[in-house]
Design a protein around this ligand. Structure first.
Ligand code: PHE
Length: 533
């Protein structure tokens, strides 16, 4: 960088440079250009430099240099005018770039007043009979005294005599200042060691300057012609198209950015529901398990093994692998595990370890013989059926998994999920083999059915649905169960919007949830409210 600015190049090169706009502070000192003429200064006000450039070219037979012709314009403005003109072939230009050295504000101060050490030396010399060390800051300033004293000692310019400073010579050469003055004048310095030293002392910085060498182009004219962008019927009718100047196509133009990417309507409505849940104090359940065992999807939910929902006609079974392990402890740091049910990191946890074998045995017994006050379904429960893998048919499998986790430390909790479920259905206009379910679960002590109805009213009101009706329904895992209907103002009729209920005691107690804890659950499809909106 520095070698590019050897003194013999300086005269030649510096005349074609224009201080880069990034360092305006150095411009008054470093500009070697003639002082700007008044016309030019006025033009500097105008944003469009095209006319001044065309005028300057007309007055000159040789290429003009932008820093000489327009010293007070930022090179960016000059360049944009040049680009406008060169696209019309009215001018041609070349960019010159040059490494330059500029003074920092501190460098400027030293160039003006001398180095710290020279100022200390001057002060000491002037004192004739020695200068009291403690007087120095008062004379040269605190900063100068601090840095300058050390440097003056190092150079052997002054010496200490008890509490006095004395000069060791009559005069000194302030090399630092000389160097900075040279830099100020030429924007270069032919001593790489000195450059490195001044840079380290933060007295100079290295920069770049740009200038443009501008000449007339093949279509040069004194004035920028108005260019038409459209050929009109009138131009053809009156023949003016023959003399009209048309703007040429710019095949290098980047073109307007095309807006791309949008949220899927389902994702938008999903986001609305998520906000409602979060605002009502719910935590999101980890739903990234599309494949579940029959155990979590059905057995844990007290769905008997002969239930039609478990039929191949209704459920997708996984062929490979066919079966899974029985439910067991999640591996530590399992990403599937929600924060909501992770044991406290502090160790101050009241969690009791979950007994998966006990849970498995309870589910078995509840189905086969009955337990926890339930008389059961009274059929031989087949563990293999429970280990078959299915594409989950509802997100209630996740709710069951989460409620079992909650049994480690039963406490009031609110969980929700919104994710995909799969059903083996004949696909038609209103049925798909996969859809999204919104599901919510509330666990607390002393919950009642009236509370569930009241909650639904608040929840759906947030979605803009204000009239609700509840109809008794049946789910194997809830009792009582209710279908939820909402009045659709647009359609003028009641539409089914969800399914809900209070989870059965034999389901919850199998998990280890205490007898006096109640759990509401409800589910709805995400597609339906999305369609209604
Ligand atoms: N799983 C039910 C469905 O698929 C919804 C539901 C969830 C009902 C929780 C009651 C409790 O429709």
């Amino acid at each position: 960088m520095v070698s590019a600015t050897r003194p013999k190049d300086i005269g030649k090169e510096s005349s074609v440079t224009l201080a880069a706009p990034a360092r305006p502070i150095t411009r008054p000192h470093v500009s070697l250009s003639k002082s700007p003429n008044p016309q030019e200064t006025a033009a500097a006000m105008a944003s469009d430099l095209t006319t001044p450039i065309l005028d300057a070219l007309s007055a000159s037979d040789v290429p003009i240099l932008s820093n000489e012709a327009f010293p007070s314009h930022p090179s960016l403005n000059i360049k944009s005018a040049l680009d406008r003109l060169s696209s019309r072939l009215m001018v041609e230009y070349e960019t010159k770039e040059k490494d330059v050295i500029v003074l920092t504000p501190e460098g400027e101060a030293i160039a003006a007043n001398g180095s710290h050490e020279a100022r200390v030396f001057d002060a000491v010399l002037k004192a004739m009979d020695g200068l009291k060390i403690t007087d120095l800051p008062g004379i040269v300033g605190k900063d100068n005294a601090k840095v300058g004293q050390g440097n003056a000692f190092k150079r052997g310019w002054i010496k200490k005599d008890n509490d006095l400073l004395r000069a060791t010579r009559e005069s000194i050469v302030d090399e630092t200042r000389e160097q900075l003055l040279a830099v100020q004048k030429t924007k270069s310095l032919d001593d790489s060691k000195a450059v490195a030293d001044l840079k380290r002392r933060k007295l100079i910085s290295l920069s770049k300057e740009f200038a443009f060498v501008i000449s007339k182009g093949p279509k040069y004219a004194r004035q920028l012609q108005k260019e038409e962008t459209d050929l009109t019927a009138e131009m053809i009718a009156n023949g003016s198209w023959k003399t009209t100047h048309f703007k040429p196509y710019n095949f290098n133009a980047k073109g307007a950015p095309t807006p791309a990417g949008a949220l899927h309507p389902l994702n938008k409505v999903r986001q609305e529901f998520r906000s409602i849940f979060f605002e009502m104090g719910f935590e999101e359940m980890p739903t990234n398990r599309f494949v579940e065992t029959g155990f979590w999807n059905f057995d844990a939910l007290f769905v008997p093994q002969q239930h039609p929902a478990r039929d191949l006609q209704d459920t997708f079974y996984i062929a490979d692998p066919l079966t899974a392990d029985p439910p067991r402890e999640d591996p530590p740091n399992d990403p599937h595990l929600s924060k909501a049910v992770q044991p406290a990191a502090s160790g101050a946890t009241t969690d009791k370890p979950l007994d998966y074998q006990q849970y498995w045995d309870n589910v078995h017994e509840v189905h086969e013989k009955g337990k926890f006050g339930s008389i059961g379904y009274r059929y031989p429960w087949n563990p293999d059926e429970s280990l078959r893998l299915v594409l989950r048919t509802h997100t209630t499998s996740i709710s069951a998994y989460m409620l079992h986790k909650l049994a480690a430390n039963p406490r009031p909790a609110r969980f929700f999920s919104i994710d995909r479920v799969f059903r083996n259905e004949a696909v038609d206009a209103t049925h798909l083999a996969e859809f999204h379910q919104i599901e919510g679960v509330i666990a607390d002590f002393g919950l009642t059915l009236g509370g569930l109805i009241g909650f639904m009213e608040v929840f759906f009101a947030k979605m803009g649905i204000h009239k609700l009706r509840f109809k008794p329904a049946y789910n194997p895992y809830t009792e009582p169960s209710m279908e939820i209907f909402g009045y659709h103002e647009g359609l003028g009729k009641w539409v089914e919007i969800g399914n809900s209920g209070m989870f059965r005691p034999e389901m919850l107690e199998s998990m280890g949830i205490p007898k006096d804890m109640r759990v509401y659950g409800w589910g709805l499809s995400l597609e339906r409210p999305t369609m209604i909106k």
